[in-house]
Design a protein around this ligand. Structure first.
Ligand SMILES: Cc1cc2nc3c(=O)[nH]c(=O)nc-3n(C[C@H](O)[C@H](O)[C@H](O)COP(=O)(O)OP(=O)(O)OC[C@H]3O[C@@H](n4cnc5c(N)ncnc54)[C@H](O)[C@@H]3O)c2cc1C
Length: 209
C-alpha cells in the first residue's frame, strides 16, 4: 500500500510478474508478457572425497543432448571452475548436475533422493564416477528459465513498443534479449539509457571501454 514517487520506472521482473504489474497501464504489453513460457529446473550438487573422484576426466564439465536418453542435461565440475567452492576442505571435489528441460515436469516431480540417484547413474555412465558422495543437495528453480520460441524476438519488440508509449517506463531482464547474466545486465543498461536519454560512454564497446 506504500506509494512511491519516481521520475522513471524500470520493471526488472520475470515476464509473469511484469505482466501483472503492467496490466492496468499497458494491457497490450501485459498480454504479450503473459504468453512467455518458463522452464523449471533443479540443480543437484554432489561432494566427493578427492581420492574417490581421482578418475574424473579433464575439463570443467559436459552437456548432454536430449537425444542421449539420460536424465541430466549437464554437469559442471564446480570445484575445477571455482576453487573456493570446496570451502575449508580443498580435498573435496564438488560437481553439479542439472535436470529439467522445458516440459519435463515428471522428472522435477521426483523427490530429492531420486534426483540424486539419477544424477549418480548418469555421471557413472559419462565419467566412470561411481563413488558415494559425502554430501548432496538439491536446489529447485521453479520457472527459472524463460523460453525463446520462434517469434520471441518479435514479441519482445511488441512489448517494448507498447511500453514505450508510457513515458518513464522501461522493461529489462532475462525474458527480453537473452537468457543469461551478461544479456540481462546489457538489457538493464539499455533500459536505463532509454529512460535517461543519455547512453553511458563505455557501454557496449563505446568510447572509454
Ligand atoms: C539454475 C540456474 C542456473 C543459471 N546459471 C547461469 C549461469 O551460469 N550463467 C548465466 O549467465 N546465467 C545463468 N542463469 C540465468 C541467470 O540466472 C538469469 O539470466 C538472470 O538471473 C536473470 O536476471 P533477471 O534480473 O532478469 O531475473 P532474476 O534474477 O530472476 O531477478 C528477478 C527478480 O524479481 C523478483 N521478483 C519476482 N516477482 C516479483 C514481484 N512480484 N515483486 C517484486 N519482485 C519480484 C525476484 O525475486 C528476483 O529477485 C541460470 C539460471 C538458473 C535458473
Amino acid at each position: 500500500g506504500r506509494e512511491l514517487q519516481a521520475d522513471a520506472v524500470v520493471v526488472a521482473l520475470p515476464a509473469g510478474p511484469a505482466s501483472g504489474l503492467l496490466r492496468a497501464e499497458a494491457p497490450a504489453a501485459a498480454a504479450e508478457l503473459a504468453a512467455v513460457e518458463y522452464a523449471s529446473m533443479a540443480l543437484i550438487t554432489l561432494a566427493y572425497r578427492g581420492s574417490d573422484a581421482a578418475a574424473l576426466p579433464e575439463g570443467s564439465g559436459f552437456l548432454v543432448p536430449p537425444v542421449d536418453g539420460h536424465t541430466i542435461k549437464a554437469s559442471t565440475f564446480a570445484s575445477r571452475k571455482w576453487g573456493w567452492i570446496a570451502g575449508d576442505d580443498p580435498g573435496l571435489v564438488v560437481l553439479r548436475t542439472s535436470v529439467g528441460r522445458y516440459g519435463e515436469t515428471e522428472i522435477l516431480g521426483r523427490d530429492d533422493a531420486a534426483l540424486v540417484a539419477a544424477s549418480r547413474h548418469d555421471l557413472a555412465e559419462a565419467t566412470g564416477l561411481t563413488a558415494e558422495p559425502v554430501a548432496t543437495r538439491v536446489t529447485r528453480w521453479q520457472d527459472g528459465l524463460p523460453q525463446y520460441p520462434v517469434g520471441h524476438h518479435a514479441r519482445v519488440a511488441r512489448v517494448r513498443a507498447h511500453v514505450a508509449k508510457l513515458p518513464g517506463l522501461a522493461v529489462c531482464g532475462a525474458a527480453y534479449d537473452g537468457v543469461g547474466v551478461p544479456a540481462s545486465i546489457a538489457s538493464a543498461h539499455a533500459a536505463a539509457d532509454r529512460l535517461t536519454g543519455h547512453p553511458v560512454p563505455g557501454r557496449f564497446g563505446g568510447a572509454g571501454e
